[in-house]
Design a protein around this ligand. Structure first.
Ligand SMILES: Nc1ncnc2c1ncn2[C@@H]1O[C@H](COP(=O)(O)OP(=O)(O)OP(=O)(O)O)[C@@H](O)[C@H]1O
Ligand SMILES: [Mg+2]
Length: 291
């Protein structure tokens, strides 16, 4: 059960497949939550700095204070101020940006004691100031993503409804299970979000049906999926959310509905993630594989 004492919910947005809508979802769900009156911190945990750039900070590599420099300070046991490096976006969300330095930091983590928990130190420091912290992960299951999973309450998994996602999804779910067992027992799967859905094609419909059939009974599949639209693709160049770029469009409507769904489902995720872990374990046994 969700504790009522939970003041701040930390959600990682992760999928190791590239281009599934993680960054677009982090930005727009973040602004959606801010529109609902929530205090939101977005954390860019991808060395590509896509979230940072898509919120209008076009040259992330020129930023001096980023997640990499903050994590570097934590590794060196230097004091970090909660206001340090935070960028305030015009649409009411705060951002801890990232740039290419994060990939250097990821490599150097190999030799760091407690390397899975460096980001956690930072997130714990920020929690008192926010209702929601969304962490936009890179398309990998590397140490920065593990750091994000180690400090998250839940994971939202965006899946592009245009390719067969099952194999990658099981790998991700196994990793989530491992992090849950070994590092972060409170970690839950918030749900799978189908993105870039083109409901006019049979293929996208088949994928949606397949994901729901295979996983729907074990893990939350968000009722709201995100339609494919050139409007959504345009926003990363504009530095604004879909709510500002195309407020009446189908993608804005979908992200607003998703925001409502996320706010309404916080307490449902516990049972589901336990069920999916059991299901993945069973499937692994059936296939004669090892975990
Ligand atoms: N609903 C949508 N309809 C059409 N295009 C979209 C939609 N959502 C995102 N896109 C576009 O698809 C591309 C990938 O989206 P996004 O960057 O959000 O994915 P990602 O999972 O964060 O990628 P990466 O794995 O590289 O971090 C971007 O060019 C984005 O503008
Ligand atoms: Mg991204």
């Amino acid at each position: 059960m969700c504790g009522t004492d939970k003041m701040c919910h930390v959600m990682a947005i992760a999928c190791q497949k590239g281009g599934t809508g993680k960054t677009t979802t982090a930005g727009n769900l973040g602004v959606g939550l801010a529109k609902m009156g929530k205090k939101v911190l977005l954390v860019d945990a991808d060395a590509q700095g896509s979230l940072t750039a898509s919120l209008g900070y076009r040259e992330p590599d020129k930023l001096e204070i980023t997640l990499a420099s903050i994590m570097g300070k934590i590794i060196n046991e230097q004091e970090v101020d909660s206001a340090e490096g935070i960028l305030h976006h015009e649409e009411g969300v705060d951002l801890m940006p990232a740039n290419i330095e994060l990939s250097g930091l990821e490599v150097s983590l190999v030799n760091v004691m407690g390397r899975e928990r460096i980001m956690q130190d930072y997130i714990e420091k920020m929690k008192p100031y926010y209702d929601w912290i969304l962490i936009d992960c890179s398309p990998s299951l590397g140490m920065i993503t593990i750091n994000a999973l180690a400090c998250a309450d839940s994971v939202l998994i965006p899946l592009q409804a245009a390719y067969l996602p099952v194999k990658g999804l099981e790998q991700l779910i196994k990793t989530i299970g491992k992090v849950k067992r070994q590092i972060n027992p409170k970690l839950q799967i918030e749900g799978i979000l189908l993105t870039m859905v083109n409901s006019r094609t049979n293929y996208a419909r088949d994928i949606s049906v397949m994901v729901r059939e295979n996983y729907g009974s074990k893990v939350k599949i968000f009722a709201n999926s995100i339609p494919e639209s050139v409007r959504a693709a345009e926003i990363s160049a504009e530095g604004i959310s879909i709510f500002k770029h195309d407020p009446k469009g189908k993608v804005a409507v979908a992200y607003l509905s998703l925001t409502e769904e996320v706010l309404g489902i916080e307490c449902e995720s516990d049972l589901q993630s336990e069920a999916i872990e059991v299901a993945v374990h069973q499937r692994t046994v059936e296939n004669g594989g090892t975990e």
